[in-house]
Ligand binder design. Structure first.
Ligand code: CTP
Length: 397
């Protein structure tokens, strides 16, 4: 069956771009309906959208030929609602629950994904009230296709330009295709390396890029989860919508993860946490005063994965194991020793799954057995891991 999209057009000059978006969504196989605010009809006539969509356009709740409750009808008809362009006004209304016209009432009636594609003057966009509304809407699970910077219709230059049409269409299709099986779940993901200080400028680290954990965070967000991403030092951009907590050392990561796990349903420990840390950390830069340093004494770090497993109750905890030989045996032993529900076993002797690569070759080790996955890009591996986490969460529900 065709995917159904409701496009809500609010009153901004970028409204003309929504004509193209309607066409492109149809080209991609979607059935599209349109709802317009009164202000939007000042920019583009409803007849244009009616001709493009082959459906009556909703502009007035009390005068719609197909239903006496058009807002409810639209909300139950559509698989997704795109508010484009989204003005400061429509976002403020939805954020405060105001339903005083056909657009705001319809958004409120939606229970499937709603995406906002904002467009407005740079100062209106940067206004504290607008930013607070965006933040609030995100926390409530609304999606955003963020505006870009450039020359705005009013002549100002800055942020507030509607995202590019292909990007908007791509986002809509991605959300339509994505599973929403993790909606209502909050997942803790840790990622990246840790840095263990020797003195105030030197540290012991490892080569983890953080890519696998960041891919998991992004995929979980796409599937509707809230994500707390505890990240060791790595320069990757924060996946849109994630709550990121940056940490440096294994101890910092332990503190952040144990605290965050209290409000999560599952944890995925992909971070390459240092197993050892220097016993003494000089609070100043050590001088090169001797010819050679005999040794740096290292002490064991706290095991985050083991601690989360100890306190998890019926929640799900998944760890990683990087091995070079006897992959599955070591991973199964690690799973049992730490009490994890699943271990993602990673053969780091293979070129396609070394630290920093864009692909990974893993086996998923659970109490039920072992599943070896083919070599895949990390975002696909992330989704395969989440398929198992989702199944484990449903089993425990
Ligand atoms: N881990 C952790 N806290 C640590 C060390 C590791 O949470 N202080 C987690 C990693 O995030 C990963 C898993 O444990 O999920 C990796 O197992 P690890 O303990 O590093 O393997 P080892 O027990 O050290 O086994 P090995 O001898 O193979 O290194």
């Amino acid at each position: 069956m065709k995917k159904r999209v409701l496009v809500i057009v609010s009153g901004g000059i970028a409204a003309y771009k929504s004509c193209d978006i309607v066409r492109r969504l149809q080209d991609a196989g979607c059935d599209v309906r349109v709802c317009m605010t009164a202000d939007a009809t000042q920019f583009v006539g409803p007849i244009t959208f009616e001709a493009l969509s082959h459906h009556p356009v909703l502009t007035n709740l009390f005068d719609f030929p197909e239903s006496p409750n058009p807002h409810i009808m639209m909300a139950s008809w559509a698989d997704l609602c795109l508010v484009c362009p989204a003005t400061a006004d429509i976002m403020a209304k939805v954020a405060s629950g105001i339903a005083d016209d056909c657009a705001s009432t319809t958004v409120l009636a939606f229970h499937t994904p709603v995406l906002f594609a904002p467009a407005m003057n740079v100062h209106m966009w940067q206004d504290a009230a607008t930013q607070a509304n965006v933040q609030l809407l995100r926390e409530r699970g609304y999606g955003f296709i963020m505006p870009t910077s450039g020359l705005l219709a009013c002549g100002d230059v800055g942020e507030g330009k509607l995202a590019d049409v292909p990007e908007i269409v791509g986002c809509v299709l991605k959300v339509l295709e994505s599973k929403r099986d993790l909606a209502g779940k909050r997942i803790l993901v840790n990622a990246g390396p840790t840095h263990e200080a020797i003195d105030s400028v030197r540290y012991i680290a490892n080569a983890s890029s953080g890519k696998m954990g960041f891919s998991i965070a992004e995929a979980a967000l796409d599937r509707g989860a809230e994500v707390v991403l505890v990240a060791g030092p790595c320069p990757l951009p924060t996946p849109e919508g994630a709550e990121r907590i940056d940490v440096v050392s294994a101890q910092d990561m332990y503190d952040a993860c144990t605290a965050a796990f209290e409000r999560c349903d599952a944890a995925i420990c992909s971070a390459a946490v240092a197993d050892y840390t220097p016993r003494a950390k000089a609070d100043h830069k050590l001088k090169k005063s001797v010819e050679h340093i005999e040794s740096i004494e290292l002490v064991e770090t706290k095991d985050i994965l083991a601690e989360l497993c100890r306190t998890k109750g019926t929640r799900i905890v998944c760890g990683f194991a990087a091995e070079t030989n006897d992959l599955v045996e070591y991973a199964q032993a690690k799973r049992e020793r730490k009490g994890a529900d699943m271990i993602v076993a990673n053969d780091v002797s293979r070129s396609e799954s070394t630290f920093g690569s864009d692909t990974n070759h893993v086996s998923l080790v659970t109490a039920a057995g072992v599943e070896e996955l083919p070599t895949m890009p990390k975002p696909q591996v992330a989704n395969a891991i989440l398929d198992r986490i989702s199944a484990l969460l449903s089993e425990r529900a």
